[in-house]
Design a binder for this molecule. Structure first.
Ligand code: MN
Length: 319
């Protein structure tokens, strides 16, 4: 059904050798097969894209990314990381696009790097992974990044990383040994990233920057399912006026990275409309096959399938 529609996948990761070396213990948590795929931006990746039927990957540095870097090294290092990604995209310009890594430990420099990446390197937005050294990104010190993103017309993709150490200890330590994924994809990532999104809306950054577009992966990190309750609760007496639903359905886009549930997709379609949902895999942390097998079961109209597989991405990323 979707054979003739181009497929763009938005949350597809790689690792840069120099940046990964700075992220303590990052490699030790990954298998040799995974590391091979993370470091490949050539034949292996392209072959697996061809086998799956994916036309374009929007590449981003996988977590943990530049948000874990100290301000003293972040600016120069992310510049080199982005330059190398731009070279990889330039080798296969019809197959790859790039999301910038940002040195958010220095927000003003991050805003400048975003502009350089979009204007000089042709990147289509930026990805922020987890918190910046323990800080959520609704803080006003980061708003210069959003001002620049709005002016450039590019989205910011908020991606999970390992939860804050204190949160991990209180919430997950009891079960983390037997169920390591409870800290990660099974729950910890979701809680932190959804919290990041809720805080962004509460900060009223979208009132100051109504043109700012934000992308969340993993079917919206549970927020489409929670939208009615959050919106209703924030309208109860004792709250400042806040239209959570309006901001979430206007400024947010979601992708299906690592979350291939038709039931969840139907919920997201009803709450957000198909205009705000984009296909993604989360390669190589998630394999292509379950994603593409799922696509083959989806009974969507041709119009919705076009939006979902590439139409929305072309519009939101100016591809
Ligand atoms: Mn991911």
């Amino acid at each position: 059904m979707f054979k003739k529609i181009p497929v763009i996948a938005l949350e597809e990761h790689y690792w840069d050798h120099e940046l990964a070396a700075q992220l303590q213990g990052a490699e030790g948590t990954r298998s040799a097969d995974m590391l091979q795929r993370l470091y490949d931006l050539g034949d292996l990746r392209l072959r697996e894209m061809d086998e799956a039927g994916i036309d374009i990957q929007v590449l981003s540095h996988g977590a943990p990314s530049a948000q874990k870097l100290d301000a003293s090294i972040a600016v120069d290092l992310t510049r080199r990381v982005n330059d190398r990604l731009a070279e990889a995209v330039a080798r296969h310009p019809t197959r790859f696009a790039g999301f910038a890594a940002l040195p958010t430990a220095n927000p003003e420099a991050a805003a400048r790097e975003l502009e350089r990446c979009v204007k000089d390197l042709g990147f289509v937005g930026a990805m922020i992974c987890g918190l910046t050294n323990g800080m959520f990104h609704d803080d006003e010190r980061f708003w210069c990044i959003y001002e620049r993103a709005e002016a450039l017309g590019v989205p910011i993709y908020f991606h999970p990383s390992f939860p804050d150490a204190d949160v991990s200890r209180v919430y997950y330590d009891k079960y983390a040994k037997d169920f390591p994924q409870v800290v990660r994809a099974a729950w910890g990532y979701t809680v932190e990233t959804a919290t990041q999104a809720v805080r962004l809306i509460l900060s009223r950054v979208f009132e100051k920057h109504p043109g700012l577009n934000v992308i969340l992966g993993h079917m919206g990190e549970t927020l489409p399912y929670q939208l009615w309750r959050i919106d209703q609760a924030l309208k109860r007496p004792g709250h400042d006026e806040m239209n959570f639903r309006e901001h979430f359905t206007r400024n947010f886009y979601i992708t299906t990275s690592g979350h291939f549930s038709t039931t969840a997709l139907v919920c997201a379609m009803m709450e957000m409309s198909m205009d705000h949902i984009m296909f993604s895999v989360d390669y190589p942390f998630v394999a292509h096959k379950p994603a593409m097998d799922w696509l083959n079961t989806l009974q969507l109209s041709q119009t919705d399938m076009r939006k979902f597989l590439s139409g929305n991405a072309r519009r939101v990323l100016n591809l």
